[in-house]
Design a protein around this ligand. Sequence first.
Ligand SMILES: [Zn+2]
Length: 572
Amino acid sequence: MTAHRTSRREFMGLSGAGLAGFVGAQWPIGRADAAVDQDPDLVVVNAKIYTVDPLVPRAEAFAVKGGRFVAVGGSEEVRSLARKGTQVVDAQQMTIVPGFIDAHNHAPGPILLYDVIVGNPYDVEFVTIASIVDKLKARARTTPPGHWVEGFFFDDTKVQDKRALNIHDLDQVSREHPVSVRHRGGHTTYYNSKAFELAGVTKDTPNSASGTFDRDENGELNGRVTDRARNVFLGKGQRLTYTADQRQARNRDAHAFISKQFVRYGLTSVHHEGGDLSALLEVRDRGDLLHRVSYEPADDMVEILIAQGFATGFGDEWVKLGATYEHTCDGSFSERTMALSVPYPGVVPPYQGNVTTTQEDLNAWVERVHRGRIQVNCHANGDVAIDMVLTAFERAQRVFPRPDPRPKITHCTLINDDLLRRIKAVGAVPAPFTSYGYYNSDKFRFYGEELMKRCMAFRSFADAGITAAAGSDFSPGPFAPLMGMQGMVTRTGWNGETWGANQRISVDEALRVLTINGAYASHEEAIKGSITIGKLADFVILADDPHTVPQDKIKDVAVFRTVTGGRTVYQA
Ligand SMILES: [Zn+2]
């Protein structure tokens, strides 16, 4: 905690008093100096500030002391707070918004840094199958036979060849190595013949409700394996091993690397799905952690935390224990394996997606975590899976009522009126995909307009009074918040197609989704998510105003500067 002496109650009072004065040209700053008991470290003036604070929605200037906002208001008044040691920044009428928050991100630093990347992680780009094979061949040449050769960030609708990647492509890479290419969506992987041989899978191996071995028109394995069916490859083949020190160094460098990527795009807080916590803390201690982390621990750590009595909220303003790692209940939106109550349009034989848990197992897990005072987080895309997680949440609250537990529904993609009502009633927080409206518009035809009207339903959530955050799910979606905003506002994708236009929200609503709602999703709305006196000084200076640029150019608005806790962590 920082050392300012004015209490939060007084800060809030000042904001409230300021509101009365916020009429015409009068900025609500009259007595901001009363909130500054020491010289500010930083004063920013002459800006177009969207605070995302309903009490004082717009401002021209703010002051920062000890990593927190200590004054928000008009340029003249805030400038007058500057003392000898104060850094004064003239924003020259640039736009400033609170630091963006990504409420679901796998932060795959080690993959980005050390593995074979076969697609563009950050933006729409079409690649060729030949380029994928070439990259994997190059890796195979330096990999001992019998060891895995793996590619990442494949996107089946961003391929110039206009056909699916298959087992024959990957057999070209190698017959001596097991080879896999993972779809960036994370729920399907393509394998070569050697991999199937090691796993003992043949064309006669049966599918199950939780995953499939896909076949071509002749009934032969085509290489694609979905969801839990991939478990047969666990423990098969060999992988390079590292000493504990080597692992720590690799993971540390990877965390530092991805932190730099996040702040380039204006993210100051990210909800991490697991990852090496020890390495993360080392990065923080070295001063290389540029964004704040709501750490969502994987299953094995959750069990330890429950046993030891740790609860959500443990930690500090940089690394804090958040909800759990997403507990996966169904398949993927982008890879078309999510669990639907209706068959996928046009798929033969009829297919309704994969359910990856039973209601009984889910109920037990949710109750155990909920009783442990750890925020529950379930991955549910399809309406069938969302129904299952709500059933488990409702039951857990019945048997063990807790105030305001905010169970998180990661993705929460396909909703209906009944699910909306239940989400609202149980106080769940949906975190739909940030960037799919723009990035994955090429996949919406697989669902069709009738379903897309109910997918990534930001409008429905807002109208129902449900606080929805947004999570990129990166790897699956690019994490650029402004790409996300453009898709939420336009529902028009990179290919010019518009789907589910009824779910459009305004720029201001999207800004809330990407800031304060993300803070709400981790119970941190009192300390971040808006430019408010007393909150952490996390903000982004944008070269243009997303409110006034053409809506199809929002994603191109440049991040000029990103500031976390008053410290500039990225400068264009
Ligand atoms: Zn995820």
